[in-house]
Write a protein that binds this ligand. Structure first.
Ligand code: ADP
Length: 263
């Protein structure tokens, strides 16, 4: 079983991942945990990402992609895994597709935990208060300001993955606002109804999905996506074949223009 859990910070990905680990005997691969461990150990990578994480921004794609690729190659991931916190950008999702194809494996499902953002902030604030009351150390990015930035990063860079995986045909959405046990049951439900043969998108579909899923859905990116969609139009060849003729009619050749000037 190979899964991705998708959802904003505080959506309950970690909690649900633990259920799935127990249920299927697969490993949870949390890029957040891996990066925090590197920061704690003071490795070169940890020094590179420490400040970025404390700010609530995303770490560079190449750094995260490398650690995931190394982790997936470990023997304990052979039976299956749950990716929690990865991919977080379309570039990471594309890198993951390439990585899995190289190893001849495919994802079974991408589970989106749908949540209400206002309630989410409350949830995380409660979690912080509870941890503080237990005297537990907080993560440097567990404060309301940074949390807002983490949510913004999710909205701008990660939410486009919902469209990306929907196009792949492997997105399954569940209501993440329900009680923990209900969310776990809903995930169980979508997994048993998931197609046993994951549908792999053709590369052209992947490219189009990536285009359409690009963050900043302003007019510019829409226009770009439309242009890309138009390219494979079967009549395009005919139209361009007609072009030189009509242009010749509308505009005399440079030779003819030069001759006219001489006259
Ligand atoms: P959250 O509690 O917001 O879900 P995580 O524990 O998954 O956060 O990650 C914490 C921080 O680690 C992120 O804010 C980001 O700086 C970094 N990080 C984790 N995963 C990724 C990733 N896939 N790409 C880039 N940065 C990441």
């Amino acid at each position: 079983m190979r899964l991705i859990l998708l959802g904003p910070p505080g959506a309950g990905k970690g909690t649900q991942a633990q259920h799935l680990v127990a249920k299927y005997g697969i490993v949870q691969l949390s890029t957040g945990d891996m990066l925090r461990a590197a920061v704690k150990a003071g490795t070169a990578l940890g020094r590179q990402v420490g400040d970025i994480m404390a700010r609530g921004a995303l770490c560079p794609d190449d750094v995260v992609i490398t650690i995931v690729e190394q982790r997936i190659a470990q023997p304990d991931a052979g039976k299956g895994f749950i990716l929690d916190g990865f991919p977080r950008t379309v570039a990471q999702a594309e890198a993951l597709d390439r990585m899995l194809a190289k190893h001849g494996i495919a994802l079974d499902a991408v589970i989106e935990l749908r949540v209400d953002e206002a309630a989410l902030l409350k949830r995380i604030e409660n979690r912080i208060a509870e941890m503080q009351s237990r005297g537990e150390a907080l993560r440097p990015d567990d404060n309301p300001d940074v949390l807002h930035r983490r949510l913004l990063a999710y909205r701008e860079q990660t939410a486009p993955l919902i469209a990306y995986y929907r196009r792949h045909g492997i997105l399954r959405s569940v209501d993440g606002m329900a009680p923990i046990a209900d969310v776990a049951a809903a995930i169980e439900g979508v997994l048993t109804s998931a197609p046993s043969q994951p549908q792999l998108a053709r590369s052209s579909t992947v490219k189009r999905a990536a285009q359409a899923a690009k963050p900043g859905i302003g007019k510019k990116s829409k226009a770009r996506a439309t242009t890309t969609r138009r390219k494979p139009d079967p009549t395009a060849g005919k139209r361009s074949a007609n072009k030189p003729k009509s242009r010749a009619k509308a505009r005399p050749s440079s030779k003819a223009r030069a001759a006219k000037r001489r006259r």
